[in-house]
Design a protein around this ligand. Structure first.
Ligand SMILES: [Fe+2]
Length: 170
């Protein structure tokens, strides 16, 4: 009679502890960037001015809402894997990949470019993370879902600029 291996109650039980810890750490790194993106999009939502105000005001708010939903996915995956979600403002300020947002900017075109570049940066961070997740497909799937949404938003922001596109397409 053989003795069965003890089974962990955690999802992704096949992950070695070091891989699990690294995955949780990278989820938190992406969480910080995503929460920063939500705040940046809100900043643009509140301060944008110009002829396309109505549309941009709504678009920036949509991006903020999506970024908060994506933050939730990343945070809850970190906890599902047995980790801790690090989502305080202080954690975000320490770990985000995004540069400081220009707080006194009101110009619609400049705000589009500022948000667009941050959407691209967030997508690149997630894409890099996802490439190393062949052993953790559920987390990889979450990343891919978020990247798909970010790239769609990058396209839509870029389209606002017409022939003067942001020049950094996904
Ligand atoms: Fe609002």
């Amino acid at each position: 009679m053989t003795t069965a291996e003890p089974k962990s109650s955690l999802p992704a039980a096949s992950l070695e502890s070091a891989r699990r810890a690294d995955t949780i750490s990278q989820l938190n790194a992406c969480l910080a960037t995503m929460m920063d993106l939500a705040a940046a999009a809100k900043q643009a939502h509140w301060n944008v001015r110009g002829v396309a105000f109505r549309d941009l005001h709504k678009t920036f708010d949509t991006i903020a809402s999506e970024a908060r939903e994506w933050s939730d996915l990343l945070a809850e995956r970190a906890v599902t894997l047995g980790g801790t979600a690090h989502g305080t403002i202080q954690d975000v300020a320490t770990s985000t990949k995004l540069p400081q947002f220009p707080t006194d900017e009101h110009n619609s075109e400049k705000l589009i470019r500022e948000v667009h570049s941050r959407v691209i940066t967030a997508a690149e961070q997630l894409r890099s993370f996802a490439k190393g997740l062949d052993d953790e497909l559920v987390t990889q799937d979450i990343c891919i879902e978020i990247i798909r949404g970010l790239e769609m938003r990058a396209w839509m922001l870029d389209a606002h600029l017409g022939d003067q596109g942001a020049g950094s397409r996904p």
